[in-house]
Design a protein around this ligand. Structure first.
Ligand code: 76R
Length: 281
């Protein structure tokens, strides 16, 4: 949730969705081998060409990314992660992906809709300036402060843009699961005041930063869009790093007290031809 929408709604009726950020769809399928085995070699080739062309088309669409995964364990065989700027595009591509190998070859086993979002807890310019005065004795309004703030603005602009319009890595190990913050009994995240939440999230981010270079994370918001409040997408070079970060975070106060998790999906990011072979297509 971005509590600070940056601009009022624009009044172009054809472009109402969304105001900022991208839609993200995680799509996990089973390959129906029985159905597939009824196809002739020619039909199989045609179906695979169809999907390959669609993937190409989606990838060459502006402001759109599509990642392909061979999913691990029979929870799912093939996975896609689609990021795009417009819900109409997202919807069109998602339906096309379902159908691309022919009727009933891919059956959806799990899907998740979310959106990229800015963090509610990033440092504001005022907070940053106050910290500089307190920690480094830099006076408000001084040229030194102005220079620091200019740097800060540049850094935040890039940081926010990376969060809203991320560039997904080609790292091999992919992990997805949905999450919510607890809101029951004496642990209700949404009943905490902002400063408490901000402090708790600061601890979380410190743990996360310890994994820089080993784990890339994308947190996408799904309140009002899907069953949980966030989608967590992680990339790494090996499964150990995923296991380690999720384990370590469970001891971090915010996760220990407030985190609820959905099903976990692990996949390997592979080019399509390799993925076809793995999936027996
Ligand atoms: O914005 C940032 O990138 C820095 C601070 C940060 C926020 C606001 C951050 C850092 N996360 C944020 C928000 Mn995270 N994250 C998870 C999981 O929580 C668990 O126990 C496991 C799931 C992992 C593994 C992870 C990793 N994070 C969130 C939110 C939204 C909460 C809200 O807004 O109330 C969720 C649900 C969530 C969950 N987090 C990081 C990481 C890592 C690796 C980082 C450091 C990223 C970096 O500095 O590059």
């Amino acid at each position: 949730m971005n509590p600070h929408p940056s601009s009022p709604a624009e009044t172009d009726p054809d472009r109402v969705i969304p105001r900022e950020g991208w839609h993200v769809i995680h799509l996990f399928f089973h390959v129906e081998q029985a159905q597939w085995s009824l196809f002739s070699d020619e039909e199989k080739l045609e179906a695979k060409t169809n999907l390959a062309e669609l993937v190409q088309e989606i990838r060459s669409t502006e402001s759109t990314q599509l990642l392909t995964f061979s999913m691990v364990t029979p929870k799912s065989d093939i996975g896609f992660m689609l990021l795009t700027d417009d819900l109409h595009k997202a919807n069109r591509f998602e339906k096309q992906l379902c159908r691309a190998l022919g009727p009933d070859v891919l059956t959806p086993v799990y899907s998740y809709l979310s959106m990229t979002e800015l963090s509610e807890y990033t440092t504001t310019e005022e907070q940053y300036a106050a910290d500089l005065t307190r920690d480094e004795g830099i006076a408000a309004g001084s040229p030194a402060m102005e220079a620091k703030l200019e740097e800060f603005r540049k850094r935040m602009k890039k940081y926010n843009s990376d969060r809203l319009y991320p560039n997904m890595p080609d790292w091999p190990v992919f992990c997805f699961y949905p999450m919510s913050k607890r809101r029951s009994g004496s642990h209700n995240w949404f009943h905490l005041d902002y400063e408490t939440r901000r402090t708790l999230m600061g601890g979380h981010a410190r743990v996360g930063r310890g994994y820089a270079g080993r784990v890339r994370q994308l947190i996408t918001g799904s309140t009002g869009l899907d069953e949980w409040e966030w989608g967590v997408t992680l990339f790494s070079h090996n499964t150990q790093d995923i296991k380690e970060i999720v384990y370590e975070m469970r001891f971090d106060e915010v996760s220990a007290l407030y985190a609820e998790f959905g099903d976990f999906y692990i996949g390997l990011q592979l080019p399509l031809d390799e993925l076809f072979r793995r999936a027996g297509l």
